[in-house]
Design a protein around this ligand. Structure first.
Ligand SMILES: C[S@@+](CC[C@H](N)C(=O)[O-])C[C@H]1O[C@@H](n2cnc3c(N)ncnc32)[C@H](O)[C@@H]1O
Length: 230
């Protein structure tokens, strides 16, 4: 993704903030909370990095870990910070740290995290291989990475998924946002450009991750990849 496209994507992502959770629940037929729980259950104790935290929908319920959240959009970070740190304060967890950055240039030391997760953000990374290499660099040896995003199983699956996004999700987004030119149009575009489940298994292996696994947990809407640093 080049400069202008990246700016356009950021503008559209920013516009999703007020309605993000509502439309996401609808798009996934309410399954998104279950998937987030699956990721949380895979997180070890220690220092955890979420890449692409958005408005904090996942981070809010990460309990008992030292949490660092990265996102390139300041408005996402400020929304997430309020939401996540008030939930953490109520539970007695230490405040999470919020850092404006991208996956491709993580401002952290080598081997400084016990786990990385990224939910519904990976498909937006403008250089996925660079982002995964950076993730590997900042993970401790043996530490896991867990990614969820809607990859396709094959071409037919991609066509059906695109229809789902355009018709089902697009119609609802138009009603909720009250405009024809709603930001989910752009998210449909990133969905269509995203590759197959296996493409990213190979990419994880190519950058040096081991024990790479992928599982389609909801056809068209969610694949979960997991891997470990060697
Ligand atoms: C759809 S939100 C995901 C929110 C949250 N993780 C969740 O579970 O719903 C995707 C986020 O990824 C961020 N993002 C996009 N490109 C990124 C990149 N290259 N590096 C890090 N984050 C990125 C966007 O700014 C956006 O806030």
């Amino acid at each position: 993704m080049e400069g202008e496209e990246w700016d356009e994507l950021q503008r559209n992502l920013m516009a999703t903030i007020p309605v993000y959770d509502r439309i996401n629940r609808f798009a996934t037929l309410g399954q998104v909370s279950r998937w987030r729980k699956m990721v949380r259950e895979k997180l070890p104790q220690g220092r955890v990095l979420e890449i692409g935290c958005g408005p904090g929908s996942f981070a809010e319920d990460v309990v008992g870990r030292d949490l660092v959240c990265v996102d390139p959009i300041p408005e996402m970070l400020s929304t997430a910070e309020k939401r996540v740190n008030s939930a953490r304060a109520e539970r007695g967890d230490s405040p999470a740290e919020f850092v404006e950055s991208t996956a491709e240039e993580l401002p952290f030391e080598d081997g400084s995290f016990d786990a990385i997760c990224s939910l519904f953000s990976f498909r937006d990374w403008y250089d996925k291989k660079a982002g995964l290499s950076e993730s590997l660099r900042v993970l401790k040896p043996g530490a896991p990475i867990i990614i969820i995003d809607p990859a396709k199983i094959n071409r037919l699956h991609g066509i059906l998924g695109a229809l789902w996004m355009r018709v089902w999700v697009g119609s609802y987004a138009r009603i909720v946002c009250g405009v024809r030119d709603h930001p989910w149009k752009w998210l449909t575009k990133t969905y269509e450009e995203f590759g197959n489940t296996r493409d990213y298994v190979s990419m994880l292996q190519d950058v040096g991750f081991i024990d790479v696994e992928a599982r389609v947990i909801f056809p068209g809407m969610a694949t979960i990849w997991s891997a470990r640093s060697p």
